[in-house]
Design a protein around this ligand. Structure first.
Ligand SMILES: [Zn+2]
Length: 398
């Protein structure tokens, strides 16, 4: 439950508290919103009136109940706003247009000859204009764009340098550059963080405020949601999980290290083990020994990582998600078996310690599109604390 703040200095925070309450409840009356948020009925009336006028909420009618006139209920208007998600890769870009419910209205993919900022800027602008035109959505209805690109950001000499990196972005403020190029607010994240936000908005982590998402993408990343907000570190690089050592003096890794998690538990390591792409369903059905050997080793290394994450972050749950097929993620979770004795070991848990993500093949572009929806719909608890501490208006960082 999100608690509102009646001091009147935190209007945008309270807007988000109301939107989050409606989003989680599905449909809800003003009285019920006031009860759940501890805001005054007057404050809730003012906020819902403004949100209705903006089209972010809509009237869901009256629910039949007991005696007397039941109150009007409200719900999030799925077409009250739209966001754009973009994935920029070394040789391609993909963009999607989604509504507030996460439904894809249009998508485009095109080859990229020049993935540097100077090359991407103008061609991305053209792509997005074409995207909006194909869906018949006006620019003014766009709440913002989320962009996913390979990290790490602003550092040199680690991990993602190599064939998966895009050149020329290290030294610049990518969000500011793209915001200028596209003429709209832009949020830039790595794929793991975007996927975690997608799971919190639309997936298995809807009700969770503190969770870790182990993201099996090109490599292995960590999406962290702490206190209801994505945590990305001081420079946007928190969660470079794939290059944490799980085997001292183990297999050599392209990053220059040895025994990194990615060498044992990534999609890439699975493909190497199998000698190329394969039909995973058939491998599982037939009990393929190479596949089973990969599961055994990957589960052993992931078990170590689960223990580390639990002790470091005390999450409500750890979610496995990303591009590994659901059947493989399920096998991994089952094979990890009894979990280590960490701070997360307690009786009476309402959520299992390990969960499989439910946004399935959520592409990085779809995860990116969730970033501005999240920004619009969910409260930044830090903002109200900052406002209280400074005694003035706050501005959410993200
Ligand atoms: Zn490594």
């Amino acid at each position: 439950m999100a608690i509102g703040n009646n001091s009147g200095k935190t209007r945008s925070y309270n807007r988000r508290v109301v939107l989050e309450t409606v989003r989680l409840q599905g449909t809800v009356s003003r009285t019920e919103i006031a009860r759940r948020t501890a805001l005054t009925t007057q404050a809730v009336s003012n906020i819902t009136a403004a949100l209705l006028a903006e089209g972010l909420l809509r009237d869901a009618g009256r629910r039949r109940s007991g005696r007397g006139q039941p109150p009007i209920e409200y719900e999030v208007n799925p077409d009250g706003g739209f966001t754009i998600g973009v994935e920029i890769g070394p040789r391609f870009q993909q963009s999607v247009l989604v509504n507030l419910a996460g439904r894809v209205l249009a998508s485009r993919t095109s080859a990229v000859d020049d993935p540097t900022p100077a090359g991407i800027g103008p061609c991305l602008r053209r792509e997005i204009d074409a995207l909006l035109e194909s869906a018949g959505v006006a620019r003014a209805a766009i709440l913002g764009a989320g962009v996913v690109m390979p990290g790490p950001f602003g550092i040199e000499g680690l991990s993602s340098v190599g064939p998966t990196a895009v050149p020329g972005w290290l030294a610049i403020d990518a969000a500011a550059f793209l915001g200028e190029a596209l003429g709209m607010p832009v949020l830039v994240e790595n794929d793991a963080t975007a996927a975690a936000v997608g799971e919190r908005l639309h997936g298995v982590a809807r009700e969770l405020r503190d969770f870790c998402l182990v993201h099996f993408g090109t490599g292995i990343g960590l999406g962290l949601v702490l206190g209801g907000q994505p945590y990305t570190g001081a420079f946007g690089n928190a969660g470079e999980l794939g290059h944490v050592t799980v085997e001292p003096r183990g297999r050599p890794c392209p990053c220059g290290g040895q025994g990194c998690l990615e060498c044992y538990a990534s999609l890439h390591s699975l493909a190497e083990q199998l000698g190329g792409a394969a039909d995973v369903d058939a491998l599982i059905r037939d009990g393929d020994p190479r596949f089973n050997a990969w599961i055994d080793i990957a589960a052993e290394k992931l078990l170590i990582m689960v223990g580390i994450l639990e002790n470091l972050f005390d999450p409500e749950a750890i979610v496995f998600g990303g591009r590994l097929p659901d059947a493989v993620l399920d096998r991994l979770i089952a094979r990890i078996g009894p979990l280590p004795n960490t701070v997360s070991h307690r009786s009476g848990r309402s959520v299992p310690r390990l969960l499989r993500g439910t946004t399935g093949g959520l592409t990085p572009a779809l995860g990116a599109a969730a970033l501005p929806v999240f920004e619009t719909l969910t409260p930044d608890f830090g903002a109200v604390i900052r406002a209280r501490d400074t005694g003035g208006s706050s501005h959410a960082r993200r």
